[in-house]
Design a protein around this ligand. Structure first.
Ligand code: AMP
Ligand code: GLY
Length: 423
């Protein structure tokens, strides 16, 4: 099969890594890809918001299957577009993509089907939102109702912070015309749980935990994710049963009943307290950096998984995983998620001897005059698996020392919560 991966982050590099191992692959393409991906796939620049142009590309290259990494093209209806033109594409249609694209869609669905999640109210103007905030207890959570790349959420400890967050959203800090969602604060530990659905049935993939904050001990502003590990110890068998029964199944049934069966990867962001999970958010795609650990842990053929989902026969897929712990540490440009310098040189990558247990996934790298340059916020994702999380992390941190890059920032405490409980 000729396969096209859309996206250019470490998540898409990890997807390419998995696809590259499949016996079903003939030729792999990526749009736009990055330097790391270009070692596995032919990379092209095409505007991913211009579906007609993507279609011409797909026809020219005889693409048999499109795998979409990021949420934006899915929310914009890329699956509807290609499905109606008889090109196979993995993911939910535009309506079902609202599970991620619209907080109020997701919250209304939870209310209708009694899916455990935080209480919420939605506001279309700041006066009403502020009046409501005056009556609430704190902390409270303020969210922009739309896609804000993980940055539209404020956990406000007091009224003043909450009202500033509300003003910011109505002043279009995260994009034009966004409403405000105000949520009850949930206590507990977070985990990410991934399932793959064919619209009717689903199989569980694995759980992971990511580190969203920039600073050690989970401090500072939210980022796309600074590291992850899998499995998540807090996601016990008991929690999984509850989540499947009370969150995943009712959601898939609701989407089916609405005439828009959810196909693809559904990623439930969970808050778990005393072995009871509530839904924080849905994403309609693999997580980044969680995908990096998922793809290293997957023993089965990713293309099979995808084809069983597209063809509606996911129950026939036998998903096999390596029985090891896996972790990834993200190397970012100093200053991220704020301002950072671009085009800084990364040396020493050739000293890292990659294997089935150790991979360097690239997020924002380009090659120029035979140098590898960092050209984004999150740049590399060093990923390893081993018998224990401790040894996987120790490999990663040792390998990072081989990288010579002045502008590099990373967290030294990835996996710290899980390690505390490891023997
Ligand atoms: P979201 O974009 O909705 O996933 O929110 C980003 C992050 O904010 C989550 O991963 C949580 O860490 C935090 N968060 C969001 N909603 C809540 C909530 N209701 N209670 C506590 N933390 C939350
Ligand atoms: N790791 C968080 C996300 O992919 O949304």
């Amino acid at each position: 099969m000729n396969i096209l991966v859309i996206g250019g982050g470490a998540r898409e590099h990890a997807i390419c890594y998995a696809v590259h191992q499949s016996s079903k692959l003939s030729k792999l393409y990526a749009i736009p890809g990055n330097y790391g991906i270009s070692q596995l796939a032919e990379c092209h620049i095409v505007d991913t918001n211009d579906f007609d142009e993507l279609f011409s590309f797909a026809i020219k290259k005889a693409i048999d299957l499109i795998i979409v990494g990021p949420e934006v093209p899915l929310v914009n209806g890329i699956v509807d577009f290609f499905t109606s033109r008889k090109i196979k594409i993995f993911g939910p249609d535009q309506f079902a993509a609202q599970l991620e694209g619209s907080k109020s869609f997701m919250k209304d669905l939870c209310n209708e089907h009694r899916i455990p999640t935080a209480q919420y109210e939605k506001f279309q103007n700041s006066d009403d939102a502020i009046k409501y905030l005056e009556t609430q207890s704190y902390p409270i959570v303020i969210k922009a109702d739309g896609l804000a790349a993980g940055k539209g959420v404020t956990i406000a400890e007091d009224f003043k912070t909450a009202s500033i967050a509300v003003q910011d959203i109505f002043n279009a800090k995260f994009g034009a015309n966004m409403d405000v969602v105000i949520e009850e604060f949930m206590y507990g530990e977070e985990a990410s749980y991934f399932i793959c659905s064919d619209g009717k049935n689903f199989i569980s993939l694995i759980s992971a935990q990511d580190h969203k904050r920039i600073g050690e001990n989970d401090t500072g502003p939210n980022t796309g994710g600074m590291g992850a590990y899998s499995p998540a110890p807090v996601f016990t068998e008991k929690v999984k049963k509850q989540v499947d029964a009370e969150i995943i199944k009712p959601t898939l049934k609701a989407m089916f009943d609405k005439g828009h069966p959810f196909k693809g990867i559904l990623y439930a962001g969970l808050m778990i307290e005393n072995e009871k999970a509530k839904l924080v958010e849905y994403n309609i795609r693999f997580g980044d950096p969680e995908c990096q650990v998922l793809m290293m842990s997957l023993k089965s053929d990713l293309i099979d998984l995808i084809m069983y989902s597209i063809n509606g026969s996911i129950n026939d897929y036998d998903c096999d995983w390596y029985d090891e712990d896996c972790a990834t540490v993200v190397l970012a440009s100093k200053g991220y998620p704020g301002e950072f310098i671009k085009d800084t040189e990364i040396k020493g990558l050739e000293k890292i001897k990659t294997s089935q247990s150790l991979q360097v996934f690239h997020a924002a790298t380009v090659e120029s005059d035979e140098k590898i340059l960092a050209n984004g916020g999150r740049v590399l994702s060093i990923t390893a698996k081993d018998k224990s999380l401790r040894s996987a992390l120790s490999t990663i941190y040792n390998e990072i020392k081989k990288i010579d890059w002045n502008e590099c920032y990373y967290r030294n405490d990835i996996g710290h919560k899980a390690l505390k409980n490891e023997h």
